[in-house]
Design a binder for this molecule. Structure first.
Ligand SMILES: O=C(O)C1=C[C@@H](OP(=O)(O)O)[C@@H](O)[C@H](O)C1
Ligand SMILES: C=C(OP(=O)(O)O)C(=O)O
Length: 408
């Protein structure tokens, strides 16, 4: 198996990280562009495989849309194909075919789309078979499984003849991602309202627009974590702004308590070290992708912390709760289930000199555990896993002046 080893290092100088762009913003802008017949000027699109897959599938327009392991690409393209009357088969990796899509398919069927499951009911692969007439303009949809179903529907809503009112039921998760979708739509001239649990969108057209994608806050979180765990250093992360559309910018407030001070200027954010205050409880319901980052940071800093809002982690690239528990245990840390809503992060009691991290086909399992390098030599299995969101990740680790060793 291919692995990569990083030697131990915890003192850094001034390091500049040329952060890649957000795949979440990119994939939304691309769907909106497709709905505007490609008349926009999109810049700074993500290098992430999830985005490159979206670009390729929209450009080549094949009969079979293989999204690989990209959740947004699967959910956004399913709604796009179904509601624009395209006949497509949508499929992906074996794990993608275990990630539920029934809530979105039920909503699309209620709107009037014909969709057939090709394998197990409720999961990809599936086939969109046509859309004749809009059956309703008011839908109830669960908000507590994945926000991607809701984003997928609302991006297409302005082009539906009757528009759409979505009533979200249950506890709304990843609300920041739904807000990001509506903000991006606004940037392309589409008005909407999101009050309480109700989203309303009238029929209207997207306006051709110039749109530049921001840096990826989820990717930035690993550099915050590394500095939190390091003995010294100053990082400058390019391409981020303080008022981001991305909920993962919440990492600034979390890391402020874990010893990282952030200072923004026009081009990015400078991170410096400050005293650690600790943090008793963090709710990740609206920023689930940074839970792994923060778990590793707390484990290494010796900070016990209660985590809530982790429900969606079980249906992501892997079962992230299980994966975290397995890998944290390798350095005597743990993530213990306290009750149905809370997990307690128990920090490492003693550290080994070296470690091998299994990555579970999950980019974030590799990137989140990278800061272990501040305490020990770390070997990562399947280092190419990072390509899903951050293909230049290891190249950026090398900017820290460490000698990475690749074993194939
Ligand atoms: O809409 C998006 O861009 C995303 C929404 C989130 O998923 P859920 O809504 O399924 O939590 C997040 O985890 C994912 O990485 C990206
Ligand atoms: C969960 C993620 O992505 P997706 O759901 O789009 O596959 C992620 O990037 O962490």
């Amino acid at each position: 198996m291919k692995t990569i080893t990083i030697p131990q290092k915890s003192r850094f100088g001034n390091v500049v990280i040329p952060l890649p762009s957000s795949k979440s913003e990119s994939n939304r802008a691309l769907i909106i562009d497709a709905l505007t017949e490609g008349k926009n000027q999109l810049s700074n699109l993500a290098e992430a495989r999830d985005t490159q897959t979206m670009i390729r599938l929209l450009r080549e327009d094949p009969e079979i849309l293989d999204v690989l392991d990209a959740g947004t690409t699967m959910r956004f393209l399913t709604a796009y194909a179904a509601l624009t009357n395209r006949k497509k088969t949508l499929t992906g990796t074996p794990r993608m075919c275990e990630r539920p899509i029934g809530i979105l398919v039920d909503a699309l069927r209620a709107l009037g789309a014909e969709i057939e499951y090709l394998g197990v009911e409720g999961y990809p692969p599936l086939r969109t078979k046509g859309f004749e007439a809009q059956q309703t303009e008011h839908l109830l949809i669960r908000g507590d499984v994945s926000s991607q179903y809701i984003s997928a529907l609302v991006m297409n809503a302005p082009l539906l003849p009757k528009g759409l009112t979505l009533e979200l039921t249950g506890k709304i998760g990843s609300r920041t991602y739904i807000e990001m979708t509506l903000e991006l739509m606004r940037a392309f001239g589409v008005r909407s309202t999101f009050e309480g649990n109700i989203i309303s969108i009238e029929p209207q057209r997207y306006q051709p627009t110039q749109f530049a994608v921001e840096g990826d806050w989820s990717g930035a979180s690993y550099w915050f974590s590394l500095l939190a765990c390091a003995e010294e250093g100053t990082f400058y992360i390019e391409g981020l702004k303080p008022n981001s559309l991305q909920g993962d910018s919440r990492i600034v407030a979390i890391m402020d308590k874990l010893g990282v001070h952030s200072e923004f200027d026009a081009k990015g954010v400078r991170l410096t070290k400050k005293p650690i205050e600790g943090i008793a409880h963090i709710d990740f319901a609206h920023c689930p992708d940074i839970a792994q980052t923060v778990a590793v940071t707390c484990a290494l800093l010796g900070c016990s912390c209660d985590f809530s809002g982790l429900e969606s982690l079980r249906i992501k690239e892997t079962d992230r709760i299980y994966a975290l528990q397995q890998e944290l245990a390798k350095f005597n840390a743990d993530l213990i289930e306290v009750d149905s809503e809370t997990f307690r992060l128990m920090p490492a009691s003693s550290l080994p000199k070296s470690i091998r991290i299994h990555t579970y086909d999950d980019h974030r399992m590799a990137m989140a555990f990278m800061p272990l390098m501040t305490k020990m030599e770390v070997e990562f299995e399947d280092p190419d896993v990072v390509n899903k969101s951050y293909p230049s990740f290891w190249k950026h680790v090398a900017l820290l002046d460490v000698q990475l060793v690749l074993h194939s």
